[in-house]
Design a protein around this ligand. Structure first.
Ligand SMILES: Cc1cc2nc3c(=O)[nH]c(=O)nc-3n(C[C@H](O)[C@H](O)[C@H](O)COP(=O)(O)OP(=O)(O)OC[C@H]3O[C@@H](n4cnc5c(N)ncnc54)[C@H](O)[C@@H]3O)c2cc1C
Length: 438
């Protein structure tokens, strides 16, 4: 068997890349070890840049139909559970995009939309229940998990999109150094009150609850617990779990209580790593195979989509212009690596802000979030950087304003400032300008 591009893993990253290649008429084969939808919760928040990419892939219609728009993130700090809450709001609406909002969509629904669209192209081949077992040069070894039959597939390029444990990454000899955190999360989706339509983060100095509404009156939640506490929590009656949520957000009374069993609640263990290289010869890594990020800023799935877009555009041009030298793949990390590093840094900082259960940290967090909301430049930088639409680095001046050491800036962001900080088509796909493909 032969294919041009083989993708190991049919998660969000693999499917984005597969669809992009199929639209260019490239013969592409995905092997996915699972038979059908996974019951595991994964990323569900689509950032504006990902929405633009999904638009370019022709699937924005069904994605919008299945999603819930989030324009504002409301951050509420409770001094204690009886005190008046203090709010700040971060808004996507200030961003220069046709999609100035994020969108919550069930992970498996999004995968289904991408797969369905990709299967309308004759050059797209998808094998479920098929495991990539190993790689020998340009040949991949596949196993049908049901029949145990082994097959070999010859290909020009091999892309590892297997998520955290990656056969391709191992074959490339690329190691990753995992950073663990002092906390874990409980995560679960349950029915929500009608009025809960914004993204909400509610915290005290020692607790954190994130609420992200989905379509059909559901809400995905994440609740921070100290690392290692899950087993002892699970021994308690489920009513104690309900109470944790209701204490932080009384409007969830009658909704979270509909969860009847700890089995419905998943443990999420945040880790962070960034592989030292994304590319070796004719092999490349995308998504979680290349980098994993703390989920606090909602970036994991978006980074996989954005990798798939850049690598996909590059491969499309390589085939279109018949420039198939593997060294051309190096354009992909040239674009993605520093963007990924910055998003990982932001997610890590957000994680640290909520990691330590001390009153002064809670107070400082509340103060800097409120000042960030009012300081237009800080607000814009934060939303731009998490959106994936551009990069405008925070500096010491910004941090001093957020910390209250310098006054909040007056005025608005100029269109020139917006232009220079937003990625252009040539920054997304720089090889197009230089005609540098070999
Ligand atoms: C438990 C969990 C919870 C998460 N929650 C959040 C969240 O709340 N917010 C957030 O932003 N991010 C979250 N993430 C991260 C986010 O979901 C990922 O960043 C994103 O799914 C990465 O997409 P991917 O396609 O790179 O990898 P994956 O989604 O992991 O997809 C990889 C696919 O490859 C398949 N595969 C693996 N090995 C092989 C093989 N040898 N052969 C064939 N197929 C193979 C797997 O079955 C899987 O379908 C979570 C991740 C996990 C694991």
């Amino acid at each position: 068997m032969k294919t041009c591009v083989f993708i190991s893993g049919g998660g969000i990253g693999g499917l984005t890349l597969g669809l992009k290649l199929a639209r260019c008429g490239i013969d592409v084969t995905i092997a996915e070890r699972l038979t059908g939808p996974s019951p595991v919760y994964k990323g569900e928040l689509l950032q504006p840049k990902s929405l633009e990419i999904l638009d370019s892939l022709g699937v924005i219609g069904p994605v919008m139909e299945e999603g819930h728009k989030i324009t504002d993130l409301e951050l509420t700090e409770l001094k204690n559970l009886k005190a008046k809450p203090e709010h700040s709001t971060m808004s996507y609406s200030i961003l220069p995009s046709d999609y100035p909002f994020s969108l919550m969509i069930h992970h498996e629904t999004l995968k289904g939309i991408l797969l369905n669209e990709a299967q309308s192209y004759s050059t797209f081949h998808y094998h479920s229940q098929t495991m990539c077992k190993g790689i020998k040069g340009k040949t991949v070894i596949l196993q049908d998990r049901k029949t145990k039959e082994m097959n070999e597939l010859l290909c020009d390029f091999i892309i590892g999109a297997e998520g955290r444990s990656s056969v391709t990454r191992d074959h490339m000899g690329v190691s990753v150094k995992e950073k663990k955190y002092n906390h874990h999360f409980l995560t679960v989706t349950f029915p929500r009150p009608d009025q809960l339509v914004k993204g909400k983060i509610i915290s005290t100095y020692q607790s954190f609850l994130g609420l992200f509404p989905l379509k059909n009156e559901e809400v995905r939640s994440v609740y921070l617990i100290p690392a290692g506490e899950y087993q002892s929590l699970r021994k308690k009656p489920i009513s104690e779990f309900h109470q944790l949520y209701i204490t932080m957000c009384p409007e969830l009374e009658g909704y979270v209580n509909q969860l009847k069993d700890w089995k419905q609640i998943q443990l999420m263990v945040p880790v962070k790593y960034h592989s030292e290289t994304y590319v070796k010869d004719h092999l490349a890594l995308i998504g979680d195979a290349a980098h994993t990020v703390h989920p606090m800023a909602g970036e994991g799935m978006n980074m996989a989509i954005q990798d798939g877009d850049v690598l996909g555009e590059l491969l499309c041009d390589m085939y279109k212009w018949d420039k198939l030298h593997p060294s051309n793949l190096e354009w992909y990390p040239k674009v993605r690596r520093k963007r990924v590093s910055h998003q990982m840094h932001l997610s890590h900082l957000s994680a640290l802000a909520y990691s330590y259960p001390y009153r002064p940290i809670g107070w400082l967090r509340k103060k800097s979030l409120q000042r960030m909301e009012r300081d237009m430049v800080s607000h814009y930088k934060q939303m731009l950087n998490i959106s994936g639409l551009g990069l405008w680095r925070e500096n010491l001046h910004d941090r001093m304003i957020q910390g209250g050491l310098l006054p909040i800036r007056k005025g608005t962001i100029t269109s020139e400032e917006k232009d220079v900080s937003t990625f252009t088509r040539m920054q997304d796909y720089p090889w197009k300008e230089t005609e540098a493909l070999r």
